[in-house]
Design a protein around this ligand. Structure first.
Ligand SMILES: Cc1ncc(COP(=O)(O)O)c(C=O)c1O
Length: 404
């Protein structure tokens, strides 16, 4: 079945007279049962399972290419960070995690705190340098502690630099070194990229973003086809208690019904805006120092992205606003101009996060934890599903006004 059909038709109640079309929300903390091993009892208690989780968990596993999503459903978590925490827990005490230099900042901060606590060692790498990542995972890279890593953590495209990692090659190298591979697939979604089919062991998602899609839910998920990893992730969720609420699970499934449509429009808007912005940068008609989108032919990993991503290149793009000519501190001038754009636009909403129907814009370096390698004047744009001309007119006017 095509994913476009799957998102609409999977996880519906049985087709029988008077059955509801949608699975109702099950607000319950406990389930009836007499003995610990009551015949056939599967549910027991609301921290272990909830029937409202079943639909989104099976649908997400099916979208990620798990062969038997009823046996190995995805595991919903209370947030993307809770799913990331559970996946990092797969590393043994004293293990080493190799992670991209640029990646979701919350995950990086969590790794920093685990390193400070002595729980894990962390190596940050340029994820586009396959040879260097391979050496870091094997423990043979310059400055890398001896011994193989426990986990290779991948994100592609990366947040916010939109670098593209060679998922298949890196997964193969990590497995040769005995490391698990976890991929944060939030930016691409399983409609565009399926890391498990490229060999990855676990995929994590911030369901908050494209999957739920309406900026009204915070939720995460972990997906694996490996029964033992599934058991460990499930045990972590049950024991640490970071479960999804039933209402959020209902909203996530409702959002996933339109994932294919939303993504199609958002990706075509992003591709068109990237093309117009790049033309405006090249002819100097807008104050732009850089435009980055994996779908642009001059993106450094465009060929890899075209081979690895299907049906689009995601709906996040970045631009670096050029500061006033001759400004003493070029970085500060670029940051000031970028802030002015965010102030000027009327249609784009200033805010963090991504993947909702509405277009969002933010200057990433306003966050203290953002690495200094991210340009001060970089704006991250999460492109929504509005009419592309309205988005363009507003953004171009904001850039022109900021240049004055
Ligand atoms: C790529 C990525 N992974 C994970 C997360 C964390 O997800 P959540 O905010 O749902 O905890 C985010 C949130 O911004 C993200 O962008």
């Amino acid at each position: 079945m095509h994913p476009e059909t799957l998102v609409v038709s999977a996880a519906r109640p049985a087709r029988q007279v008077d059955a509801p079309v949608n699975e109702p929300v099950h607000f319950t903390s406990t389930f009836v049962g007499w003995e610990p091993d009551s015949a056939g009892q599967r549910r027991l208690y609301g921290r272990m399972s909830n029937p409202t989780w079943d639909g989104p968990e099976q649908l997400l596993a099916a979208l990620e290419g798990v062969q038997d999503p009823a046996a190995q459903p995805a595991l919903l978590f209370s947030s993307g960070m809770a799913a990331i925490t559970a996946a990092l827990h797969l590393a043994p005490n004293g293990g080493r995690v190799v992670v991209p230099q640029h990646a979701y900042q919350g995950g990086i901060s969590l790794l920093d705190s685990l390193q400070q606590a002595g729980r894990l060692a962390v190596d940050r790498v340029d994820i586009t340098d396959t040879a260097a990542v391979t050496a870091a995972v094997a423990g043979t890279g310059a400055g890398s502690p001896a011994g193989p890593a426990s986990i290779l953590w991948l994100e592609s495209p990366t947040n916010p630099m939109l670098e593209v990692a060679d998922l298949a090659a890196l997964t193969q190298a990590a497995h040769a070194a005995g490391a698990l591979v976890v991929v944060d697939n939030t930016f691409a979604t399983p409609l565009v990229q399926r890391p498990l089919e490229l060999g990855a062991d676990v995929v994590v998602h911030s369901v908050t973003k494209y999957l739920a899609g309406h900026s009204d839910v915070v939720m995460g998920a972990a997906v694996t086809a490996d029964a033992e990893l599934h058991r460990r992730l499930h045990a972590h969720r049950t024991l640490h208690g970071a479960i999804a609420g039933p209402m959020e699970a209902f909203l996530a499934l409702r959002g996933m019904r339109t994932l294919a449509l939303r993504l199609e429009r958002a990706q075509s808007n992003a591709a068109e805006l990237a093309r117009r912005l790049e033309n405006a940068r090249a002819d100097g008609s807008l104050p732009l120092a850089a435009v980055t989108y994996p779908g642009l032919p001059d993106h450094p990993q465009h060929g890899l992205a075209a081979a690895q991503m299907h049906g689009g290149f995601g709906a996040v793009l970045t631009l670096v606003v050029a500061g006033a000519n001759g400004a003493g501190d070029a970085e500060a001038a670029s940051a000031a101009a970028a802030d002015a754009v965010v102030q000027q636009v009327r249609h784009w909403l200033p805010g963090t996060s991504l993947g909702g129907v509405e277009s969002l814009i933010e200057r990433r370096r306003r966050f203290e934890g953002e690495p200094a390698t991210v340009p001060s004047g970089l704006l991250r744009l999460s492109v929504g599903i509005e009419h592309v001309d309205d988005l363009w007119d507003d953004l171009a006017a904001g850039l022109r006004a900021a240049a004055r």
